[in-house]
Every structure is written in C-alpha cells, then in structure tokens.
Design a protein around this ligand. Structure first.
Ligand SMILES: [Zn+2]
Length: 374
C-alpha cells in the first residue's frame, strides 16, 4: 500500500481517496480525464458540455419563472465570481445567495460587493447566531471540525431559497467529491441526496443526525439540510464544474477581470494569496484537517500545481514542508474562541485530542510525521 500518491502529494489518509496499482490517486486520474487532448474514449468533451449548458439555459428561460431564473451560492471568492460570469450576457435574472456568519474579513466584504456590480441580485442570509455558535461549538469539540454543519448549510440553503422563490435552476460551484477525490460513484452533474449525505455532511453526519444526537429541534436545522427528493426536483441543482473545466488558476483570472482582489501576502498555511480569505473559521477547519488527516492547504495547492505541470513534485514537497504545518496564529485563534465562547485551554486540549496518533509523532511542540513524504 502507498502512503502518498506517486504523482501528486495526497496521502492515503485523505478521506474518499483511492489509488490504482501504480500508486496514482483517484484525484490525479480524474485530472487526466479532464485534460485529455486526443480522441480517447475517456476524454471529457468540454465543447459538448458547453452546448449542454446553453440548452439548459434556453430551457430555463422558457419556464418564465416569477422572480429569478437562476440561483447561485456565493462567498465572494474567485469561484463564485466565476460561476456568475458564466451566466452573464444571457439575459438571465440571477439571484446570488451569500451566508454571512458575522465573521467576514474586510477583503471578503469587498470581493462580495463585486457580485451586484456584475449584474446579479444578492441576498445575504444571516443565521441566528445564538443557535449557530452553539452548533459551531459542538462541531468543533465533538468532531474537530467547526464547519461541519456550516458546510451543509452552504450547499442546502441556496437550494432551499431557490425552491421557495420558484427559481428553476441553481448553479453550484465545483463537484468537490469528483474534483478533489476523484469519486466516481456519484452523479457528476447534479446535487443529490446521496452526494449531500456523503460529501457535504462529513462522514454522514447529516443535520437530521446532528439534531437527534445533540437534541436541537430539527425544525431549527432545516436550513442546514437539503429538502426532500420531491422538492429537490423543483430546481435544477447542477455543478458548474460539470459544464466548465474547473481550475483555480483560470477562475482567479476570470474573477480578477471583475475586480476580485487577493491578499498582498500568502494566506496562512499555504503559498497562495487568494484562497480562504473571506472569513476566519476556514483556517481553523484547514488546520484540523492537517491534524486529523496529515495534509493541509499547501498540499492541496501543490497537488493542483503538480498536476498542471506548474511545479515539479520535488518543489511541491518543499512547499508542503514549508507551509502546511505553519502554526495556527493568534489572529485566528483569538477571534475563533471568542466567537464560539470557549477558553484557550479548551481550544489547546481539543488540538491535542484531534492530533492523529497514527500520523504524528508524540511531540507536543512540533508536528513531525511518522512517514514523511519522499
Ligand atoms: Zn495524486
């Protein structure tokens, strides 16, 4: 068995990842399929998919929906700006939906303001913070993932709003299961209950289960959960990455044209300056991912750059070693513990609790791996 992919740097401890007999991971195999240039059977025909998108848009326009034609979840990041850009100049009434937990950064606010300037309408949904903070606290302490339920809401809420306002299409971002893990046992094009239960809800911890386990009335968690299959059919919840080749670099180029701004320095824990910059909790989520599964944000980015032949595997290893394990700074910790109302001691204890003993050597000060990547 391989500890790391032989092409990129993903470890076998990444959830949902598989390896072929040559040690190549399923994310690399999917990346090749996306980029095949010859006439191989495996090739994804992007021109054909673009036509499919245009046909879908025509169909949606014919419906003559009462308020809006298409709903788009937006964070204000480069990807959501790219999603909107694919809908421009088609005479569509676009409804963008943003969820604001009250922890947005200044640059996050600035980038989000591009959305209305591009020609979309924007709804900002602010959840009840008494409940949301409680959910965050439970998610963090019991699962080591503050974003556990937020991630569900991110996928479910725009679809719920689309259904309530009779918006016939919802253009979601990338199919993360396919893009980052190469999971093929799923519907590539559409959001389904199966997708939601397996990939939006971490390890099947759905809002329904969460509600039962922690005695929070499900009535109050509905906006975190997908509707029933019957209701789901009232909008077309499709992934943008099915129709347009998904690439961080290309999305950044597109978003910049519409005024998207990056940080002036690299974001903490990686060498890129334009990811995870809209809010602060994502950094905590990413750091815990590193503790639990042995890879952080720099690994994600180096893997993408290796697959795109931008850097060598050797250079990727250097970048990962330099950035992945950068200590979580007080800038993130202080705001986070204040937000979810825990003390520093509890935070530090939780860090130790989720440090995977199969991956990391017993050392309280540094993160040293048992099996370093070569
Ligand atoms: Zn790989």
């Amino acid at each position: 068995m391989y500890n790391y992919c032989s092409v990129c740097l993903l470890p076998k401890t990444k959830p949902y990842i598989n390896f072929d007999k040559h040690g190549k991971c399923s994310a690399c195999i999917f990346h090749e399929k996306k980029n095949i240039k010859n006439n191989s059977k495996n090739k994804i025909d992007w021109k054909k998919r673009k036509k499919e998108f245009d046909i879908l848009i025509k169909k949606i326009k014919k419906i003559k929906a009462p308020f809006y034609d298409v709903c788009v979840p937006v964070s204000g990041g480069k990807d959501s700006i790219t999603q909107i850009s694919h809908l421009l100049n088609k005479k569509l009434r676009i409804l963008a939906v943003n969820i604001d937990y009250g922890i947005k950064t200044t640059i996050g606010h600035q980038n989000l303001s591009r959305v209305t300037k591009m020609g979309a309408n924007l709804i900002t949904y602010r959840p009840d913070l008494r409940l949301h903070k409680k959910i965050l606290r439970i998610s963090f302490l019991k699962f080591g993932d503050p974003d556990l339920m937020s991630h569900c809401m991110l996928h479910a809420l725009p679809i719920r709003i689309a259904i309530e306002l009779k918006v016939p299409m919802t253009l979601l971002g990338e199919n993360a299961a396919l893009e980052y893990s190469g999971s093929t046992s799923i519907n590539e094009k559409k959001m389904s209950l199966k997708w939601f239960e397996n990939y939006a809800s971490n390890k099947g911890m759905t809002p329904k289960k969460f509600s039962k386990l922690f005695k929070i009335p499900y009535e109050n968690l509905k906006m975190y959960d997908l509707p029933s299959i019957t209701d789901l059919k009232k909008t077309h919840p499709v992934f943008c990455s099915y129709f347009f080749k998904w690439s961080s670099e290309n999305n950044l180029k597109i978003a910049k044209k519409f005024g998207f701004k990056s940080l002036k320095r690299n974001a903490e824990g990686t060498y890129r300056s334009y990811v995870g910059i809209d809010e602060k909790i994502n950094r905590i989520h990413q750091y815990f991912k590193l503790l639990k599964f042995g890879y952080g944000r720099a690994t994600d980015h180096a893997c993408e750059d290796i697959r795109n032949n931008k850097i060598s595997r050797k250079k990727g290893i250097q970048l990962v070693k330099k950035y992945d394990r950068v200590k979580l700074s007080n800038y993130f910790i202080n705001d986070f513990i204040k937000f979810i109302n825990i003390d520093l001691k509890t935070f530090t204890k939780t860090l130790q609790k989720y440090k995977n003993k199969k991956i990391w050597l017993k050392n309280n000060k540094q993160l040293i791996k048992k099996y370093e990547i070569q």
